[in-house]
Design a binder for this molecule. Structure first.
Ligand SMILES: NC(=O)c1nn(CC2CCNCC2)c2c1CCc1cnc(N=C3C=CCC=C3)nc1-2
Length: 312
């Protein structure tokens, strides 16, 4: 969590505002030189941008106010901003500050220059075990942190796992995340009933009970580890309905040559009952997952300081 002296600009304002201290000016569109479009959503566009004052590169998410209101997405936009504001971890895209103009909201975020993990899976076909272990460990480290902040991502997939200039993981797209503390009174979150993630990575409990839980992110991790090695996700039908059927019936198989230790881990993550999934059961559950022999050799304390293994 940021120190509470940070203003909207994410900049430190001196605790005692001395009279001669210049007031911190809010950034605006004119402070940036916008470049290529990185992605488009139904009510947002993400554009690479350079801050003219310090030449720093960002990804600026531009949200159209009229569209947000028309599509009744105000709640999602607030969830995304509140979630990102809570996050302070090397494996999660950082929100530096926000500003607005009459038509749009602007979220100034980390720019992950190497794009989506999916691009590298497609380019390479599959990852070797060292690369798979490193990226699975970084994704798990980011999930562990998110959960410690009471946040479930709910839509983890190789398209939302970005890679920065050091080829380290940057998880993004928290627009459909669930903040657990919002249901302090234990009320079922109505969004849990409406939102379903991306077909290939959605957990059986989200399909059957419409109840996302932390364990749903571990299910997605199992699908991603399988895909890093096999080059394709474990559950893929001719259409979304067929994919959902495969998931709830746990209908998948390992290709020949799938490493045994990875097979054992995936089998312990792709478990229909979320409470029996490896990783579930709070901190102790995550520690059991991190201790799995698949992660042998991973130093969790220095993981984010290590150079990424060479993918190519
Ligand atoms: N929805 C978002 O918040 C978001 N969307 N993108 C681009 C998407 C493209 C499709 N797959 C998911 C990401 C971003 C962000 C956060 C902030 C963010 C930071 N860096 C990048 N970098 C990219 C570099 C090359 C290609 C795509 C993205 N992208 C984003």
């Amino acid at each position: 969590p940021r120190s509470n002296s940070n203003n909207d600009n994410g900049q430190q304002t001196p605790k005692t505002q001395l009279s001669h201290t210049p007031s911190v000016r809010k950034k605006g569109v004119k402070d940036f030189e916008f470049g290529k479009t990185l992605g488009e959503g139904s009510y947002s566009t993400v554009v690479a941008a350079r801050d003219r004052s310090n030449n720093r590169e960002y990804a600026v998410k531009i949200l159209d106010k009229k569209h947000i209101i028309k599509e009744k997405k105000v709640k999602y936009v607030n969830i995304e901003k509140n979630t990102l504001n809570k996050m302070n971890h090397p494996g999660i895209v950082r929100l530096y500050y926000t500003f607005q103009d009459p038509d749009s909201l602007y979220f100034v975020l980390d720019h992950a220059k190497n794009g989506e993990l999916l691009t590298f899976i497609k380019k390479l076909g599959s990852f070797d075990m060292d690369c798979t272990k490193f990226y699975a460990a970084q994704i798990l480290s980011a999930i562990e942190y998110m959960h410690s902040q009471g946040v479930i991502h709910r839509d983890l997939k190789p398209e939302n796992i970005l890679l920065d200039d050091k080829m380290h993981v940057k998880v993004t797209d928290f627009g459909t995340a669930k903040i657990l503390e919002q249901n302090a009174d234990g009320e079922e979150d109505d969004r849990a009933n409406s939102f379903v993630g991306t077909a290939e990575y959605v957990s059986p409990e989200l399909l059957k009970e419409k109840a996302a839980c932390k364990s749903s992110d571990f299910w997605a991790l199992g699908c991603i580890i399988y895909q890093l090695i096999a080059g394709r996700p474990p559950f893929k039908g001719a259409n979304e309905y067929r994919t959902f059927q495969k998931i709830v019936n746990l209908e998948y198989s390992f290709p020949d040559g799938f490493p045994t230790v990875a097979r054992d881990l995936v089998q312990k993550l792709l478990v229909l009952n979320p409470s029996e999934r490896l990783g579930s059961g709070g901190k102790a559950g995550v520690e059991r997952l991190k201790a799995h022999s698949f992660f042998q050799g991973i130093d969790w304390d220095t993981l984010w300081q290590q150079p990424a293994p060479n993918l190519l």
